[in-house]
Design a protein around this ligand. Sequence first.
Ligand code: AHG
Ligand code: MN
Ligand code: MN
Length: 333
Amino acid sequence: MSKPVSLSRYLVEEQRLHGKIPAQLRLLLEVVARACKGISHAVNKGALGDVLGSAGSENVQGEVQKKLDIIANEVLIEANEWGGHLAAMASEEMDSIYVVPNRYPQGEYLLLFDPLDGSSNIDVNVSIGTIFSVLQKTDSQAVSEHDFLQSGASQVAAGYCVYGPQTMLVLTVGDGVMMFTLDREQGSFVLTQENVQIPQDTQEFAINMSNMRHWAAPVKRYVDECLQGQEGVRGKNFNMRWIASMVADVHRILMRGGIFMYPWDQREPNKPGKLRLMYEANPMSWLVEQAGGAATNGHQRILDIQPTQLHERVSVILGSKNEVDRVTAYHAD
Ligand code: AHG
Ligand code: MN
Ligand code: MN
């Protein structure tokens, strides 16, 4: 059997063989991975570490913060601020960007994250995760929020860490999707799946069905047709899954296919959707595309959307290509 490949080795070889990863970016990804190990440790402790429950505060989006939302955010900032690889960070849990303090050197990269995704699952011991996206600063001016407002197509690295039965780090630097499993004895992430590919077709959909009455017609039509099963227009039966942690739902789709939707709905017609473009939809869309899938907002490729705000929301339809193309085509009808 060949020797296990650690995340560090993968990054070094990717740098050497394909020139994909400059040294600063490699450091950044190693640091993010280390932070995720710390978060994984806190998650695993649960009640023993007094990390469950609400923190009694709200974030900029008016959502109640859990203790772990805040802990994970702090772990990521503390791990990343001193290495010299970053200019600034942005997070679901911070109103505005976090500029690397003057006492540390500033690098050229920008890191965005959803420190803890699937917060509603923390206290019930269901899979949760951390999502991250890396951009590059495009000029030498002092860093500002404006530097972050780049489309998802400009990402230089993206990934997530899922804290489930196993802790796994899933990463793309634009050269396919790699999955690493945390080996707790060794303390390192080990490459366990290379060049992940999502099947083009699927018989599994993921959507919060309780919102059905609020959906737009194209989404309703698609799900109705799935529910009709073998006797309906699709001529096959569909299964449904909804974990309510985007990380866990996307992980399933990368592993065995499927379609995930959190679409616009009529509850708040002025909101494009629930999920956030820059640190949820963009990194997940890039991973899905790198694995041969597709990701749109019903009208346009998510990675082509030009953001206008850091915490902007978006309608999300992603996963197996033929199904995403179908839902997108229904929007055009
Ligand atoms: P977060 O915990 O970071 O706020 O994200 C939760 C998101 C996403 O992970 C999940 O797919 C969705 O919200 C679940 O929403 P519902 O509770 O409406 O099903
Ligand atoms: Mn989230
Ligand atoms: Mn979150």
